[in-house]
Design a protein around this ligand. Structure first.
Ligand code: BES
Ligand code: MN
Ligand code: ZN
Length: 481
């Protein structure tokens, strides 16, 4: 589907519908219509009692070549933000889909909300249906084009890049474990880098051992598909900064020997969401070309209980020299990231942001729609919170300063143990990660276990992988570096 700027007259538009965004009690945008159409419309609005309340959609059938007008309420003027437009645009495009309309014109969007509208349209229209056998004889279906009335080309371009990066991530997350494993994920990364002119290095299981990344290696040992370490680089001429994004890439998490029960194992194909977000970010970075050096690092492994699986009680030395006692093989994400964060630190970046579907405990703490944010730097945390308000991806900061809680990851036989027990599980996991971040490096950790996956369709999300974190990090990159 395309979102394009439309610069003709509203009354001469030749698509299937006009979609007007209505601020509560303000119908001035309808002045763009011919006087008679407007008069009829106002009558219907009155009888229907529609005022432009947020999340209300009034469909007015016309029956001519223009099939309908939708009025989409965005609510009270003072409360309108990007996210309202993102959600309401998704609502508009979904109504078009329902009505089997192919082309529509969106009208009444302020310049500073256009990017959000493009994002809402593209994300709202998304569907992961590639494995459904088509019954329509290959006829094209779905919404083909949304016009943005007098839309700004640059806003449309940015909206497209942001949304397509998130959709790219969603598509990868939604692929099952029999399609995406550490090896195929690394091939996908290579292909992306090739297409986008990025540098990409893939390290196989032998390289991983030689590099001293025995933590990542151990997590991958129980699977018949070996682990991979992926490093993608975007490097402009004279970068002002060096930023590293790190993603947890568990292509499937069975729990390993501490095997999960059926209910909890279900959906664990999404345990690669952090990695997929990193790939989406790198795709967009290649298109946005910021004056920042950006590295994307992925630790890819499959956590399986095979005969050579790592075990509870094992003691493993990570890349930075610290030893890890394994308490629970299902706390594999932090073990994987131990090596990736060590490697990231060796790059001597200005900052590291990691994304990981790390703990169920984070979902217990914050619910499934909000990511946990942990950071050793207040400015970085604040900037991410600001970016989050703009992109609508909810995050909430949790503490790293509880010294008694930190004791729970102390081990009797090694430097750290990979599980700190039930209470404060998201925090002890983050504290574990911090052990592998180099001294003096700014770092933020996003525990995206909840928002990486949606159990239902809502707003501009569909059941399945969400691509959470992609726009958040891009927004941060564009506005804070
Ligand atoms: N990948 C899971 C965390 C997760 C749970 C992500 C639910 C998304 C939805 C992680 O590897 C895990 O299994 N964590 C354990 C840690 C525990 C064994 C200390 C958990 O959260 O139960
Ligand atoms: Mn696990
Ligand atoms: Zn996991």
């Amino acid at each position: 589907m395309d979102v394009v700027s439309y610069r003709g007259s509203v009354n001469e538009y030749e698509g299937d519908c006009l979609v007007f965004f209505i601020t509560e009690s303000d119908f001035s945008v309808l002045d763009l219509l011919r006087e008679d159409t407007k008069k009829n419309l106002k009558k219907i609005i009155k009888t229907e009692g529609f005022k432009g309340e947020k999340e209300k959609l009034l469909k007015i059938p016309l029956g001519d070549q223009m099939k309908s007008i939708y009025l989409v309420g965005v609510g009270k003027k003072d409360l309108i933000d990007d996210e309202v437009y993102r959600r309401m645009s998704a609502m508009g495009v979904r109504q078009m889909k329902k009505d089997k309309y192919r082309r529509g014109l969106f009208i009444g969007v302020d310049k500073d909300k256009e990017r959000a509208v493009v994002e809402g349209v593209l994300l709202g229209n998304y569907e992961f249906d590639k494995y459904k056998t088509r019954k329509d004889n290959g006829n094209e279906k779905g919404v083909k084009e949304v016009g943005l009335y007098e839309g700004d080309e640059e806003n449309i371009r940015l909206g497209n890049i942001f949304a397509e990066a998130q959709i790219y991530a969603r598509n990868l997350v939604n692929e099952p474990g029999n399609v995406i494993n550490p090896v195929t994920l690394s091939e996908i990364a290579k292909k992306l880098a090739e297409d986008k002119g990025l540098e990409c290095k893939v390290y196989d299981e032998k390289d991983i051992q030689e590099m001293g990344m025995l933590a990542l290696y151990s997590v991958g040992k129980g699977s018949s598909t070996p682990p991979r370490f992926i490093h993608i680089i975007y490097k402009p001429e004279k970068p002002r900064k060096k930023v590293v994004f790190v993603g947890k890439g568990l292509t499937f998490d069975s729990g390993g020997l501490n095997i999960k029960t059926g209910d909890y194992m279900r959906t664990m194909k999404i345990d690669k969401s952090g990695a997929c977000a990193v790939l989406g970010i790198m795709k967009a970075v290649a298109e946005l070309k910021p004056n920042i050096e950006v590295h994307g690092l992925i630790g890819a492994a499959e956590n399986m209980p095979g005969g050579s699986a790592y075990r509870p009680d094992d003691i493993i030395r990570a890349k930075n020299g610290k030893t890890i006692e394994i308490d629970n093989t299902d706390a594999e994400g932090r073990v994987t990231l131990a090596d990736v964060l060590s490697y990231a630190s060796e790059l001597k970046p200005d900052l590291i942001i990691d994304m990981a579907t790390l703990t169920g405990a984070c979902m217990v703490a914050l619910g499934e729609y909000t990511a946990g944010l942990f950071s050793n730097d207040d400015d970085l945390a604040r900037s991410l919170e600001e970016a989050s308000r703009k992109t609508g991806e909810r995050i909430w900061r949790l503490p790293l300063d509880d010294e008694r809680l930190r004791k729970k990851i102390k081990s009797n036989v090694a430097d750290v143990v990979n599980s700190g027990g039930r209470y404060g599980g998201a925090i002890t996991a983050a504290m574990f990660l911090q052990e592998f971040v180099g001294e003096g490096i700014k770092w933020a950790h996003l525990d995206i276990a909840g928002p990486a996956y949606s159990k239902e369709d809502f707003f501009y999300y569909q059941k399945g992988g969400t691509g959470f974190g992609v726009r958040l990090c891009l927004e941060y990159l564009l506005s804070n570096t």
